[in-house]
Design a protein. Structure first.
Length: 415
C-alpha cells in the first residue's frame, strides 16, 4: 500500500517537473534542434535557419548548450548573447539596439562548404599542439603548470570578446594589428559618431595598440575579483580561441626591421642603447634616435641576436612581447586553441576563421599590401650571425618551432 502510493506521488511529481522543464526550454530547444552545432559547419549553410543566437563552440549536444546559454543569462546579464530582438523592441533604446544588432542577425549564406583542405589543416595543427604538449621531449619553462598557476600578468595577451564568444591571443609581429582591429570592431568598443566603428582599417594605429581598447584576461581581476579565475575558465571552455603564429626566426627579423631599422624613440631608449653599449663598443651612444640615425648608428641584427642570447637580458626584465616566445605569450599547453592561423597562409586562414566564428558578415580581414618579411631572406639576415649563436637561438625558440610545426632551419644551423 505504502510503496504504491509513494510511487504514484513520484510519478506525479516527476511529470510536473518534466512539464516545467519543457515549458522553460521550449523556445530554445524548438529553435535550435534544427541544425547541428559544429565549430565548422560542413555543409551548405543555406538549409539552416538564419539567426545565430550564440557562438557554438562547445562540442556538447545542442540541448546541453541551450541549458548553458540559459544558465549564462543569469550568471552574466548583458554579456554573451545578442539580446532577443523581441525583448529589446519593448524598451526605448530599441532603435539603437536594433540598428546595432541587425548585422549579426543576418546570415551570410555560403553555397560551398569550407574546403576540406582547410579543415584538415586546422585539424593537423590542433593535433600537433596536443602531441607536442604531451611529448616530454619538448621541454620549456612553465609547460607542466596548470592554468591556475599562470600568473595574472602573463594573461595580458588574451583579448576577450563576450559579444561573439571569441578569445584571441595576440602575438606581436604576426598580423596582430589587423586582428586587434577586428576584435575592436566585433566588440563594438569604439564608437564613431555614436555608432560602433565597423571598418577595421579606419581605426588608427595608436588606438589599436592602446590597451584600454581591449578587454584582456589580466583585467578580469578588476572587474570580477575573486571570481576572475573561475570565469576565465568558463570562458576558455565555451569560447572559440584562436591565435596566429609565424616562423619564429622570420618573426625575429621582422621585429628587428620594425623596431630598430625604423626610427623608434621608445625602442631606441629601452633596447638599442643597451645593445650599443654592451656589444658595439659604444659606452655613450647618442642620446636620441634622431641623433643616432643622423650619424648612421643603430644596432645590427647580430647585436640584436646577441642581446637575445645574453643571460643578463632576462635578468633585467622578461623579453619584450615583440620577441617573447609564443609559448610564453599564449600558453598553448594550458589553453586548447580551436584555431591556429599561420601568417604564411594568412589570407586563407583569415577567411576560414571568420567563417568559423560566424562573423564573416560583420568584418573582413584587411588585406595587407605591406611587404612581409619573407623566409627566403633568412639566410641573408643570418649570414652575419655566427653559427654557434644561431644554434643557441634555435634552442631558445625551439618550442615555438615544434609546437606550431615549423621545420628546424637546417641550412642555417648545419653550416
Ligand atoms: C523613444 O525615444 C524617441 C526618441 O528617440 C521618442 O521620440 C519616443 O517618444 C520615445 N518613446 C517612448 C515610448 O518613450
Ligand atoms: C616526441 O618527439 C620526438 C621527437 O623529438 C619523437 O621522436 C617521439 O616519437 C615523440 N613522442 C611521442 C610520444 O610522440
Ligand atoms: C614535466 O613533467 C614530465 C613528466 O610528466 C617531466 O618528465 C618533465 O621533466 C616535466 N618538465 C618540467 C619542465 O618540469
Ligand atoms: C589610451 O586611451 C586612453 C583613453 O582612451 C587615453 O587616456 C590614454 O592616454 C591612451 N594611451 C596611450 C598610450 O595612447
Ligand atoms: C618588396 O620587397 C621587394 C624585395 O625586397 C622589393 O623589390 C619590392 O620593391 C618591395 N615592394 C614594396 C611595395 O615595398
Amino acid at each position: 500500500m505504502g510503496t504504491s502510493r509513494m510511487f504514484r506521488i513520484f510519478v506525479v511529481l516527476g511529470s510536473a517537473f518534466m512539464i516545467l522543464l519543457i515549458i522553460i526550454y521550449w523556445d530554445d530547444v524548438g529553435a535550435s534542434h534544427l541544425y547541428l552545432h559544429t565549430p565548422v559547419s560542413p555543409g551548405p549553410k543555406i538549409l539552416h535557419p538564419p539567426p545565430q543566437q550564440r557562438p557554438q563552440t562547445s562540442r556538447t549536444p545542442s540541448f546541453l548548450s541551450d541549458i548553458d546559454a540559459f544558465v549564462n543569462q543569469f550568471l552574466e546579464p548583458g554579456t554573451g548573447e545578442p539580446t532577443d530582438p523581441a525583448l529589446t523592441d519593448t524598451s526605448n533604446q530599441s532603435e539603437k539596439a536594433e540598428e546595432r544588432y541587425i548585422p549579426r542577425r543576418e546570415w551570410k549564406i555560403h553555397l560551398t562548404p569550407v574546403a576540406a583542405e582547410l579543415r584538415e589543416r586546422q585539424e593537423q595543427r590542433r593535433r600537433l599542439l596536443q602531441e607536442m604538449c604531451a611529448n616530454d621531449s619538448v621541454v620549456f619553462p612553465g609547460k607542466n603548470r596548470s592554468f591556475d598557476d599562470i600568473p595574472n600578468k602573463e594573461l595580458d595577451h588574451l583579448i576577450v570578446d563576450d559579444r561573439h564568444g571569441i578569445i584571441y591571443c595576440y602575438v606581436p609581429k604576426v598580423a596582430c594589428s589587423n586582428w586587434k582591429r577586428i576584435m575592436i570592431v566585433l566588440s563594438e568598443s569604439l564608437l564613431q559618431d555614436g555608432v560602433p566603428q565597423r571598418d577595421p582599417l579606419a581605426i588608427h594605429r595608436d588606438l589599436v595598440h592602446n590597451s584600454s581598447m581591449h578587454f584582456t584576461f589580466n583585467k578580469f581581476w578588476k572587474r570580477y575579483g575573486k571570481f576572475a579565475r573561475h570565469l576565465m575558465k568558463v570562458k576558455l571552455k565555451k569560447y572559440t580561441k584562436f591565435l596566429f603564429v609565424r616562423d619564429p626566426f622570420v618573426r625575429l627579423i621582422s621585429a628587428y626591421r620594425n623596431k630598430f631599422e625604423l626610427q623608434n624613440e621608445d625602442f631606441y631608449r629601452r633596447f638599442a642603447q643597451v645593445m650599443l653599449r654592451r656589444y658595439a663598443n659604444q659606452p655613450t651612444p647618442p642620446a636620441s634616435v634622431d641623433e643616432a640615425f643622423a650619424v648612421g648608428i643603430h644596432p645590427s641584427f647580430s647585436h640584436f641576436i646577441q642581446y637575445l642570447l645574453d643571460p643578463q637580458t632576462e635578468k633585467d626584465m622578461p623579453f619584450n612581447e615583440h620577441w617573447r616566445q609564443v609559448y610564453r605569450l599564449c600558453h598553448p599547453c594550458q589553453i586548447q586553441y580551436d584555431f591556429v592561423g599561420h601568417l604564411e597562409t594568412a589570407e586563407e586562414d583569415a577567411e576560414h576563421l571568420l567563417r568559423q566564428l560566424r562573423v564573416d558578415n560583420v568584418v573582413e580581414f584587411p588585406t595587407s599590401h605591406r611587404n612581409l618579411t619573407a623566409s627566403s631572406w633568412e639566410s641573408d639576415w643570418f649570414s652575419t650571425v655566427p653559427v654557434e649563436a644561431r644554434r643557441e637561438l634555435y634552442k631558445l625558440y625551439e618550442p615555438d618551432f615544434r609546437l606550431f610545426g615549423y621545420d628546424r632551419p637546417d641550412s642555417l644551423l648545419n653550416e
